[in-house]
Design a binder for this molecule. Sequence first.
Ligand code: ADP
Ligand code: MG
Length: 698
Amino acid sequence: MDSKTAKPQNIELSMPVQYLKGVGPAKAKLFAELEVHTVEDLLEYYPRDWIFAPKTTKIDQIKPGVEVTVQGLVESTDCIEYRRPAMFEVYLSDDTDVVRVIWFGGQYLKNQIEPGQMLIASGKVTVYKHQRQLTNPKFKIIEQPEAGPEEAKEYFSGGVYPARKNLSSGQIKKIIRPVVEQTQSLVDDFFPPDYLKKRNLIPRGSAFQWIHQPKNEDQLRLAKRRLKYDELSLMQLGLAARRYSVRSRGAPPMSRDEKIDTRIRKRFPFLLTEDQSSVIDEITADMSGDVPMNRLLQGDVGSGKTVVALYAALLAVAHKYQVAIMAPTEVLAEQHFISIERYLRKSKVSRTLITGGLTGLKRKALLTEIKQGRIDIVVGTVALLQKDIEFNRLGLVIIDEQHKFGVEQRGRLRKDTQPHVLVMTATPIPRTLAMTAFGDLDVSIIRHSPPGRGTVVTRWVDKKDRTKAYEFIRQRLKAKKQAFFVYPRVIADDNGQVRAATDECKLLSKEIYPEFNVALLHGKMTSEQKKTVMDDFRRGKTDLLVSTVVIEVGVDVPNATIMVIEGADRFGLAQLHQLRGRIGRGQSKSYCLLFCDNQSEVAANRLQVMERTNDGFEIAEYDLRLRGPGEMFSTRQHGLPDLKIANIIDDFELLNMARKDAFQIINADPALRQTQHQNLRRALIKKFGKNIGLVDIG
Ligand code: ADP
Ligand code: MG
């Protein structure tokens, strides 16, 4: 099948690949497994690697040990079959010299290579009996000597595609070739020429052609750059549109004056830190406007976010608005409520905690009060607050996501109300993620925690030092300090490889620390049970709390100065950091002991990062590099398109540019109604579906 002589097929982007030459139903099925359904998908099925036609070397210039490509005339051939393995030998000449070329086990070549042919061969130069020779080179017989080098180049260069059984890279290359040849007419550009020129971007059609069939590294680089830009642009346009649609609805302005400010600050038994104050300035600036605040507040555990959130809440209450504070779990909701109570003692502000345990008439009565606007601050879990609660004048929603990137929840919340929204997260989010997963939010950061926190020393403990560590902990427990023991699992898995909380709790209480009170806490317990266990620990009735990661969610026990994390290699760094934030809350020095029997280099590297630094941002960046964004948060789950070619870490500069451009475009043309934006609009709707806010406006 020669694509040059056959009539070109009429191809359209939306055409199923099945109808392409050389595909058919069986191959189409294989393509479907690669998520390639249409011609457009195929165009976006980028090679995973590229090979470039090597420059040919004159035979008299080739040197032993070097990879070369030579082109020459086959002077003679010989098949030496008595040897084991058999050997096929060719003498190849050009206008400078002759070289011996051999293939071991090459007897099959005797039907292919004949004297008089033009041959191009590529491989390593070796020496045999003082003679240079090429051994087992890759080769190509040039069928049309007049096309010569070009034909050979095509063979030796091009994309290498991620393949499947029964669908090789070479087959994909062949199938895609006629499509690529038509890209110029198939692919519409998103942007006008002057826009592209200003940004040094090549046309989209050329980019597709060159990504699949680059003639050289330069073309490939330019193609990648353009396609990455497009991919990042679409993502950023989606975010910009979402943000625009939120901002296009009005919100109640809640201005701050000195009187209110003083009154609120009086609630706190300490001066707010500089970071807290400046973050509060950013938040109140948003809230005083009639555009809904849409802000992310980042700060390590213990950096004082709750205080900032409460400030915002009290500002809303001062303007007679209601506030909803949502936490990811009941334990955390309760924790918030307790700290709020601490600050609001003797205040007129009415507040309530809604828990799952609250049912029947009591619940009904409470909901009525909320509906009538008689309760100012409602604290609960995301689930509870989403269900059936009606507010009278909801002015501010505070979402504490802890380490979860629950962008979806924010989306759902927006239905009919237009409150200001403040999202808090204790996970330091690397800049790249802030620009993608949270790209529709403004960001405020608390970098420095309030003074008075004790230092946390982190040590990686391996198998042989376990007993020593247990003794070290015993001394601390004797001094009336408390300890957390955190496990990756509640119960052991089948092969019993991982230590689990339930088993270890028995071991710790019966054998290791029989003289102390040991309690167990895990996610499968009812909220009543959890509450009892937590209360006991908080009050110091329990010395040692064995748990799974449930304690990750906001436990504030300053007397707990020891944390053992068992199977530490099974946790992400961000999560380890998060867990570690539970200690060091009081004045005294705290110890985080990472128990890990895994001696691998990766495990060691990661745990050493934990030993080295307490800076959450540093850890997050490291984690992101190590595990990639996909591990840290699921892009799909957050309505962001998967990235096929761009990488938010490596392509940060491009991401920056695309982001700026995208927000400018949406500001100028929010619904992308202008003629020059039609292709962009179509692509955007295709990527995100109809619910990104674009169509709402138009
Ligand atoms: P986060 O919510 O970020 O984990 P919190 O708001 O719960 O942090 O604050 C952590 C601890 O620091 C709390 O015990 C709180 O009382 C205390 N704290 C907060 N702000 C200050 C401050 N400006 N000065 C002193 N202590 C503070
Ligand atoms: Mg907190």
